[in-house]
Structure formats: C-alpha cells, structure tokens
Design a protein around this ligand. Structure first.
Ligand code: F6R
Length: 357
C-alpha cells in the first residue's frame, strides 16, 4: 500500500535507508561480522572469473558490483547484458561463476543465459528480491535483497539493495582470501543509510533542480567518470523511462569524441563528481559543455566540492558513493515526470517484469 504517498516510486525511494539497515541486519552475525552462506563464499573462492548477467537497472548495479569485486576481492569480473550474452557468448575462463542480478527473478533474457550455462555445467548465483522466483530456483545459490515488494515500474530500492549486497559479497570474499580491508563495511553501510535519510529529507531541493532543468527540455545529458559513469547511466535510464525525456549518461571524457555536437544553447547537462581521482577532469568536461551553451549543474560530495556546485552530498566511503549519489538522480527523474504529468508508477510501454525474450 502507498499510504500517504502519491506514488509507489516516491515511497520506495524513501524506503531505501530502511532497506540498507535491513540488509546489514540480515547479513551480520552476533559479532558484527559479515554472515554469508558458506557455499556462496566457497563458489567465490573457487572461481577464476565472475560473469555478471543482468538487464536494465540490474545491469547498472552489476557495473558497480564489478568495481567492488575486482577492487576489494581481486577477482576479475565481466558484466554482460543478458540479451546480448545469449546470442554472442564471450570466451569463458576455466572456472567461471555466473551471477544473475534480477529484482524480479523472472527476466526471460537472464533466464535463457542461465539455462545455457547450466547445460555447460557452470555454477550460478542469483541475487534477487524474490527468493522463490525462477532465477532463484534454477540457480545453485541465492542471495536475497530484502528490499520488500517493489511496485513502481522504475526500480529504485532494488538497485541500491543490489549494490549493498554486492558490496557485502565482495567484502566477504576479500576477508575469506585474507585481504586486509582498511574499513568496517557494515559500519560504512550504516553511515550510508543515515546519509540516504538526509537526502530524502531534502526532496524540495531536487524538485527545484528538476523544475529548472527538465520542465521544458526534449533531451538531457548526464556525465560522470569512473564510478560516477555507472550512476549517470542509471540516472538517464530513470529519466527516460518515466519522464520520456531523451537522456543519455556519458563518460565525461568521451563527450568530445562526438556527443558534444548535440550540445545547444540550454541543453541540460547534469554532472556527478564523487571520486577524487576524476574530480578535476569531470569539472573540465562541464566547462567544455558550458562554453557551448549547455545549462550545467554539478552534484559533488564533501571533500571534493566547489562553491558553485548545485548540491554537495555528505561524505561516505568512496566505494559506496553510488548508494547515495543515485538518490538525487531518482528524485530528479521522479519530479521531472511529476511536473510533466506523466504516469510515474506505470510508464507507457513498460512492464515491471519482462518475461519475454
Ligand atoms: C528500470 C527497470 C528495468 C529492470 C529490468 C530488469 O527501472 O526496472 O530496467 O531493471 O527489466 O529487471 P529485473 O531486475 O527484475 O531482472
């Protein structure tokens, strides 16, 4: 039930801090350490390469998960769009582990990959919000998202839950391999939950930005580098699917290789800067588009901010920034759709779970 909320999407955006706390609780033992199915841990230790398979928003979560697993646990990861993998299978490593990320657990494109890799005899793990779902039943192992039912077609809390569970999986693997991490992951996730709450408490700010940037426009660009590049891809998908504004998320450095030709007087460009190593260069990209007439806005994070930034996110661990930087993006899409009088929870042409290939 929506309760006092006008839309499920807004309710689900607001639920994200609770979902993160629930995940901490579900994946924590009595000594505040990570608790994970020992078979999943063993599968992660046994593999020489993880293949993440997913679609849409879950694919975007997979892009972030790759960073966690490679950077923390030192295991190579490939992320594939399910519908592409089915018809164009890459060369596989000797001991692949397939990780299916799916809110519904029913996505047909992902299932067809699962059927195929089972025939080949490879192990599989499904990360899903619906433990009894097809992808969960048919895979060897399941990790549950604990996000509660997601009703709005546009995925929000499942995306952040996926990222949190992927972080826990990566940290668990790192610890099992004896890699010393210099931070307490569950404690850092607790900080993330509080920051998410502070962001959902500032909705008016994002409503104002959405009005200013998206009321009139036909198109919009989001730019970011490194980790932020993955979040801007999700930001643009959210905007497209519910507000019908043509939007793209680009790697900041890639703009000058073609896309910058699309920048006109007043074209909205939203930049995200939460990563120290690219803070300088993404700001350079913003200047390049601003010089060509774009209407620009920078969302940054404490420690990297500049005075002119439109919004500064509170500090969280650098690897976990996607969990907080996506919240403004979800709210921007929500308010853009609301002010354009779109059907926020049930956008045209879309179904909540895509059960055909
Ligand atoms: C976007 C969205 C879709 C789904 C995609 C995969 O907001 O909801 O892109 O993410 O259809 O669905 P699942 O995760 O159920 O496999």
């Amino acid at each position: 039930e929506k309760g006092t909320y006008p839309h499920f999407m807004l309710k689900e955006i607001d639920e994200q801090p609770f979902v993160i706390r629930k995940i901490i609780q579900k994946y924590q033992d009595d000594h505040d350490n990570i608790k994970l199915d020992s078979e999943v841990r063993q599968a992660m230790l046994d593999t020489d390469r993880v293949y993440i398979i997913a679609a849409g928003t879950s694919y975007h979560a997979g892009l972030v998960g790759k960073q966690f697993i490679e950077k923390l646990a030192n295991v190579p990861v490939e992320v594939h769009i399910a519908s592409e993998f089915s018809y164009n299978m890459p060369l596989l490593s000797e001991k692949p582990l397939f990780v299916f990320i799916s809110q519904s657990g029913e996505t047909a494109d992902s299932r067809s990959v699962l059927v195929r890799i089972k025939e080949l005899g490879h192990p599989s793990l499904t990360i899903t919000n619906v433990p009894g779902s097809t992808l969960s039943r048919e895979a060897n192992y399941t990790l549950h998202l604990h996000a509660g039912p997601e009703i709005a077609v546009a995925s929000t809390k499942a995306y952040t839950a996926q990222i949190a569970v992927l972080a826990i999986l990566a940290v668990d693997t790192a610890q099992a391999k004896g890699i010393d991490l210099s931070f307490d992951p569950l404690q850092e996730l607790g900080i993330v939950a509080s920051v998410m709450e502070s962001l959902t408490d500032q909705k008016e700010e994002f409503e104002e930005i959405a009005k200013e940037f998206f009321s009139e426009t036909r198109n919009a660009f989001y730019i970011g580098r490194g980790m932020d590049y993955f979040i801007v891809q999700e930001a643009s998908l959210k905007l497209k699917e519910i507000s019908y504004i043509q939007a793209e998320g680009f790697a900041g450095g890639e703009l000058k290789h073609g896309t910058i030709a699309l920048i006109e007087e007043g074209t909205p460009v939203i930049a995200l800067s939460t990563q120290a190593n690219v803070n300088y260069s993404i700001r350079g990209n913003v200047q390049e588009v601003a010089a060509r007439g774009a209407k620009t806005c920078i969302i940054s994070i404490e420690g990297l901010e500049q005075e002119s930034d439109t919004f500064v996110l509170p500090h969280v661990h650098e690897l976990l920034t996607p969990l907080v930087s996506v919240v403004p993006m979800q709210l921007l899409a929500y308010y853009a759709a609301l002010h354009r009088e779109c059907d926020v929870d049930k956008p045209r042409n879309l179904a909540k779970s895509v059960t055909v290939e």
